[in-house]
Ligand binder design. Sequence first.
Ligand code: ADP
Ligand code: MG
Length: 632
Amino acid sequence: MAKIQQLSQHVANLIAAGEVVERPASVVKELLENAVDAGATKITVEIRDGGMTFLRVTDNGCGMSPEDARTAFLRHATSKLRTAEDLAAISTMGFRGEALAAIASVSRIDLLTKTSEVVLGTSLSLEAGVITEESEAGCPDGTTIIVRDLFFNTPARMKFMKSDTVEGSRVAAAVQLQALAHPEVAIQFLRDGKQILTTPGTGDLEAAVYCVYGRESGKMVPVDSKWEGYHLTGYVCKPTDSRPSRSMQTFFVNDRPVKSRLLIAALEEAYRNRIMGGKFPSCVLHLHLPASAVDVNVHPAKTEVKFLNEKAVFDCIHYGVLGALNKTPDRPQVQFKPNVTPTAAPAPTAKVEPAAPKKTTQGSFFRTMGPEEFKNFTAAIKDPPQPSRLTAAAVAAAVERDTAVTIHAPKAPIPVPPAPEPAPKAEPLPQPEPEQQALPMPEQLPWRVVGELYNSYILVEQGEEAFLIDKHAAHERILFDKLKENQEAITGQYLLKPVTVRLSPEYCGALISNLPMLQALGFDLEEFGDNTVLLRQVPMDLSTDGAAEAVEELAANLLAGRQQDAQSIRDEILHTVACKAAIKAGWHTDPAELEVLVRQVMEREDLKYCPHGRPICITLSKKQLEKQFKRS
Ligand code: ADP
Ligand code: MG
């Protein structure tokens, strides 16, 4: 081995640059953080060619003295940290004193900076980290840094750069992230001369979120909760607006964007059983906690953090988001075609408007109903319901809704859970019962069930609003909650005649290897040879008809859920049981049973989505109808 030598400053900087300066976006992130730390209230970022040839960040912060300007480009030169103790309570974005040295070592830099105490500022030029020019210069208070020809002296790194378009988009994402991190700073971003983003810098997160996400942000749910000295604020999406990836999950810890599995897990826990598999919630969440409760010095780019008390952090996010979701009145409104009422969609304004109706070019009739319900609804309109109990539309709805639906009405009465209040005997309709309204919703107006549409949707009137309740979704949710609440074994009913179910070998194996769990859920089955299982007992709520089907679905869930935790597998199984046991769209349901169902939906604030994440109830207001009929 060769003789040990200390690395030169330049080589050390290049190594550090490898960690901190990965691409133009990382340069922008560091320069933005420096500007924020300098107390800037206004920052402008400009790039050309994806930031590869030209990148400028201008701020109106405190600026630097000529001496500081020179020192700033030395490695481990920082004004933000003096002692080891300081490291335990960092309140600035930067503290490592590495960024400027690293950036300078792989580019050409021009710096212009001035503090408010002096008349003339300082102009510095550097090439590969070496100062090539220095002079006094007239300039405004604050700092401007221009970074040119990034990686001009490190061709190996240059090779890893993607197209200017890709790099430019990454810069845009980095600016967006800082804009959301610091709503108190007015941030402007120009890409090849075009303005891409401006935030007002009012300190209002809502405004920053609006600037970044546009009007979509109006549909998000505000979060604001305190938990053991931690403060969580921000916005989360409604379960129905979940996304196919986690790309829209943004977390800040003490204003620093972070990536954290803990935070993701806590967020997603709040959405458990509200969103479909393969979908993910989106969020912009700020967690503020004492600087001593978090270690930010665990990653060169400071994107990872370590929490002192992970449980408290998890609970803070989980319960904060859960509370926000449960609090929001979340009954999507029926949406009418925008061209029927051209004034219905207000022009975009600078302010976020909660749930502003969105113009859809498709002219979809029920935007918030979802395509499935919409299809059923329009089909039913074209094809008016027949007097028979199962109309074509209702069957279509049932088939759409439940792939495994049976068209026969159930033989046994449908099990309906008891009402939470001293069970009021269901009476003939209509039936306004103001004094029997339960407490959870204050000042609740009396309601009445008007009837049922297409054997699927219960129409309820309450004051100036009407509700359409998806009876299957509602019942499924209620059963699911009941099953879930009951953490002990679920009562089973013995079948008079055991049912044999033939399955694939994998399915059989999945069931047999999970017998104790299935038993706890009310199933009693045994291997019957030849890829067949014998079903002796099924959960109380499940009709014997659906048992075989449910068992097959359970096996599929168990197989698919191999990697999941026990809780998720149990939830999946409960979904299946609840779905199979719930009253079906398209079936006739006794009005008294509907009444009990409606009571729960109207009185329980948490009944918003079926366990698959479909809405249970949508609103149709008197106002909306008056508009449609040109009465207002
Ligand atoms: P760090 O931010 O970790 O301290 P940097 O290398 O990013 O390290 O910056 C070094 C120092 O340069 C900072 O501590 C700060 O004093 C000064 N500095 C950098 N950018 C600015 C700016 N935009 N305005 C004022 N001072 C700055
Ligand atoms: Mg810095």
